[in-house]
Design a protein around this ligand. Structure first.
Ligand code: ABF
Length: 222
């Protein structure tokens, strides 16, 4: 099974996971990235079974609309049963690193609203300890140098992501070479640096369930 086939398999598994619990007025939170794109394509087959979606990025909104799925502003949504999104890394406690695609802030906001966060990944994302994937930090542009110095003081190697402007008009600094021993504490610590908008650790609100694509089929981790 190729990596793309594993992504398609977990995308379909996510549709199977939610479809029995959808109502006509359900709104689904939808993430960003190639695995989330597979989910959007699979979701299109049941688009008449729910009201629409909230998108975590402009790219996702465009893909949803391309399938004829209505995209709602999050501020008009009170209840969201599911958020479905990929990840760059996950550990045995379902803590995640996200934001390789640059959409971390909107992803974290939509995930916060959802009752259940269903994370869809292929097995390449599974790690014992987070941190091999550079941790993305979204930063207000004028704070770039200051935040970079603060991140270096934590022991990692901050690297400005050249040419990347987020959907919110901010920049990304990727923090390399940091072993993340306490994801919840680091998530809070990073958020306390002035100029940081958010960071790619999803530990305080990690995944509720992970659907992982493997060559033997989709595994469910809770
Ligand atoms: C988003 O897409 C992310 O937060 C993560 O950066 C990325 C994973 O992408 P892919 O599914 O393409 O590996 O979910």
């Amino acid at each position: 099974m190729t990596q793309d086939e594993m992504k398609q398999a977990v995308a379909q598994a996510a549709v199977d996971h939610i479809q029995g619990r959808l109502e006509d007025d359900s709104i689904i939170g939808v993430g960003t990235g190639s695995t989330a794109n597979c989910f959007i394509d699979a979701l299109a087959a049941i688009k008449d079974r729910f009201a629409g979606a909230v998108a975590s990025s402009e790219a996702t909104a465009e893909r949803l609309r391309g399938h004829g799925i209505e995209v709602f502003d999050l501020n008009s949504v009170n209840v969201m049963d599911f958020y479905i999104d990929g990840a760059d890394e996950f550990d045995p406690y379902l803590n995640l690193v996200k934001g390789g695609g640059g959409a971390l802030t909107r992803e974290k906001i939509v995930a916060a609203v959802a009752r259940e966060f269903v994370c869809i990944v292929d097995q390449s994302k599974q790690v014992d300890l987070l941190g091999a994937f550079p941790l993305p930090v979204e930063v207000i542009p004028m704070a770039r140098s200051y935040v970079g110095r603060q991140l270096a003081a934590l022991g990692g190697q901050p690297q400005y992501r050249e040419g990347c402007v987020t959907d919110n008009g901010n920049i990304i600094i990727d923090l390399h070479d940091l072993e993340i021993l306490d994801p919840k504490a680091l998530e809070a610590q990073l958020n306390n640096i002035v100029g940081v908008v958010t960071n790619g650790l999803f530990a305080r609100r990690g995944a509720d369930i992970i659907l992982m694509g493997t060559p033997e089929g989709v595994k469910t981790l809770r």
